[in-house]
Unconditional design. Structure first.
Length: 304
């Protein structure tokens, strides 16, 4: 297993001007730095790969899906633009060594409308078609797509693990799975651990966020149950901390971050990773800065 940190904790948009974050995240205990591709024009994959290698840290790629990148849009031109953007993220992932592109790629974040079920069904079909095309392209590059359900205040299309699983089935590609985030799950799921178990083998990445998007163990998320469920399903991927700084007005408004949720971004990362490493380590999980970690089930030869 690997533990990571999102660039959103310190900066938005991320660019090749902030290559210092790789060494900084590594010093704070991260195995991986998750970079968000808000503006592809700001990204130099060769420089990112070099900075990551120099810091001894891995890279994971997530996307930013605004109205002009909406795969479920009624406008075919917007859907086409969304597919071009997603393919660009896949290209970047392949160049920097990320095996994942993750995020709420099925719709525009912030699109919340009460529409008839037929209209919702059509949106899902458009989204599934776009993700399917992207998945076929990603497969050529050894990249998988991790779909992230968001809470009801950020999307009206995929809120729960069950809905995410349905979309994965509709897409019908083996390299498509789920990114689950405890902040969103805390709002939408009846029981977070049961939802994780439902995700099972579809779980490709996990965001460990407190109920207020702060440091894990500083709020009311039942982390013991969360960790037990991750071990039970044999999850062996990336667990990343994702939080947002209220100092950047645009991103603060987008995620309704009106106040600090930790003493600093650095403190959130250092304390959060220490907690995750301690609790998961106590459950027999091992960690690797590069390559695949070994899960308890793999060590004992028990099948998932």
């Amino acid at each position: 297993m690997q533990l990571g940190t999102s660039t959103f904790i310190w900066v938005s948009p991320f660019s090749s001007k902030r290559l210092d974050l790789f060494a900084h995240a590594a010093r704070l205990g991260s195995d991986v730095l998750e970079i968000c591709i808000e503006d592809p024009a700001l990204i130099r994959p060769d420089e990112i790969a070099e900075a990551a290698a120099s810091a001894g840290i891995g890279v994971s790629v997530c996307g930013a899906f605004g109205p002009s990148r909406d795969l479920s849009s009624e406008d075919p031109a917007v859907r086409a633009q969304g597919l071009v953007y997603l393919r660009t993220c896949i290209d970047i992932a392949a160049e920097v060594g990320s095996t994942l592109v993750s995020g709420p790629m099925y719709s525009a974040t912030g699109k919340t409308r009460l529409v008839p079920e037929e209209a919702r069904k059509q949106q899902r079909e458009w989204a599934a078609d776009g993700i399917r095309r992207a998945a076929d392209y990603a497969a050529l590059h050894g990249v998988r797509l991790a779909i992230e359900p968001l809470n009801r205040y950020e999307t009206d299309l995929v809120n729960t693990v069950s809905q995410g699983m349905d979309l994965c089935e509709q897409v019908g590609r083996d390299n498509v799975g789920l990114l689950l985030d405890t902040f969103h799950m805390n709002i939408e799921e009846k029981h977070i651990a049961e939802a994780i178990r439902l995700g099972g083998d579809r779980l490709l990445e996990f965001h460990a966020c407190e109920n207020d998007r702060g440091t894990p163990a500083s709020g009311h998320v039942e982390w013991g149950e969360v960790f037990d469920a991750l071990v039970q399903v044999g999850f062996n991927g990336l667990i990343a901390l994702e939080a947002f700084t209220p100092e950047i007005e645009e991103i603060a408004r987008a995620v309704s971050m009106w106040r600090p949720v930790a003493a600093s971004g650095d403190a959130l990362v250092e304390d959060g990773l220490r907690f995750l490493r301690s609790e998961l380590g106590a459950r027999g999980v091992t960690f690797a800065a590069g390559g695949a970690a070994v899960s308890p089930s793999q060590r004992t030869g028990v099948s998932r």
